[in-house]
Design a protein around this ligand. Structure first.
Ligand code: PLP
Length: 380
């Protein structure tokens, strides 16, 4: 087992005990949820219990939850509905995850990318201008950004989209479990979510709707998920998603995100007091309480990641989803962050196993690297 201090929850959160327990139970079932016999009905029960837990976490009826193989598939499935829902145009935010950005063009529709301000918040006048077009639009704007944590004004966006007879898809993969979501009042028609960001297993997610929006399957098959997503359900994964959703719901009720905000804010204050030229991205707007993305001039994220890794810290440079290679993230690019600064960006994302002292140690480790870089610059 790695002894690393894990501060990369936005990439994948550690498996929760409740998710593990639910999966272990589901492993004992050994039947297909479509079978009519007793073991089959037991498998069906496991899936429907999980659907209820996920529905509760996002404030919708279980029937409005469609399980998929993850957030990426859920976003692709949602975008594929645009035309059938009467939208020939797709409007996407410039800071969307590639699971929206890349998938939008795949749907074969006219795609318009909406710009954002220096904090990554979507340009509302550009949105209004696009919504004034006579053809209704399918709009995809994420709830919270995976890199910076910036939270979009979804309620306001939803009002504008609904007034223009459009459809709003909101990628809630990062906000799930970190912010309360109640589809009854939130605004989007469709949201997408993923189990592994809330302590469930990787490879399972869902599309959830405020009301019953007709969803035609991309994966055609045996009519599972009420004909909205064919293929034998991932029984064990779905069970784990349900377990994680229950635990995440309980933690939201206990206001656990407020504790994370205190840790995050103390971390950023410690950094900014010792490194006055440090920039915390999207710091001027509401952010996910667990996320901090920052950089200082002259630092290289790739080297920093290695230094921090050797010191026992697991963090990310920009988006872990597209990592492996470190290049300027499209999110920081859209926000107009200079390439030289953006290439030093580190993302720290905390969660329920995070210890405040470990985060302080990470700040000190980063500051030591910063001071070494400053000394090299001064000596040169
Ligand atoms: N949307 C956002 C905002 C994400 O951060 C991610 C993953 O990082 C995804 C979608 C993709 O989800 P999944 O990994 O379940 O396919």
């Amino acid at each position: 087992m790695s002894r690393h201090v894990y501060l990369d929850y936005n990439a994948t959160a550690p498996l929760r005990a409740q998710a593990r327990a639910a999966m272990e139970q589901a492993m004992e079932v050994g039947a297909n949820a479509s079978s009519v016999h007793m073991p089959g009905r037991t498998a069906r029960g496991v899936i429907e219990t999980a659907r209820e837990a996920v529905g509760t976490l996002v404030g919708t009826r279980p029937a409005n939850v469609v399980f998929t193989s993850g957030g990426t598939e859920a976003n692709n499935l949602a975008l594929e509905q645009a035309q059938a829902l009467g939208c020939a145009r797709v409007l996407v935010g410039a800071t969307e995850h590639p699971a929206i950005g890349e998938a939008a063009s795949r749907a074969g529709l006219k795609v318009v990318v909406l710009g954002c301000d220096a904090n990554g918040i979507v340009n509302m006048s550009e949105l209004a201008q696009q919504l004034a077009h006579p053809e209704p639009a399918f709009v995809a704007i994420m709830h919270a950004n995976n890199e910076t944590g910036a939270i979009q004004p979804i309620e306001e966006i939803a009002k504008a989209v609904r007034a223009a007879q459009g459809i709003l898809l909101c990628d809630c993969v990062q906000s799930l479990g970190k912010l309360p979501i109640d589809l009854a009042t939130f605004g989007p028609h469709i949201i997408t979510i993923s189990a592994h960001k809330i302590g469930g297993p990787q490879g399972v997610g869902a599309l959830a709707m405020a009301h019953d929006v007709p969803i035609a399957p991309v994966n055609k098959g045996g009519g599972q998920e009420r004909g909205r997503r064919g293929g034998t359900e991932n029984l064990i994964g779905i069970a784990g998603f349900g377990g994680a959703a229950q635990a995440a719901h309980a933690q939201l009720q206990e206001n656990h995100p407020a504790d994370l905000r205190i840790i995050r804010d103390a971390f950023e204050t410690r950094l900014q007091q010792a490194a006055p030229d440090l920039v915390v991205f999207s710091q001027a707007v509401e952010r996910l309480p667990n996320t901090s993305c920052f950089a200082a001039p002259g630092l290289d994220a790739e080297k920093l990641l290695m230094t921090l890794d050797l010191a026992g810290f697991a963090v990310s440079a920009g988006s872990a989803c597209s990592s492996g290679k470190v290049s300027r993230s499209h999110v920081l690019g859209a926000m107009g962050i200079e390439e030289t600064l953006a290439l030093g960006a580190i993302r720290v994302s905390t969660g329920w196993q995070t210890d405040a002292e470990d985060v302080t140690k990470l700040a000190d480790c980063w500051l030591a690297a910063y001071r070494r870089a400053q000394a090299t610059i001064t000596a040169a």
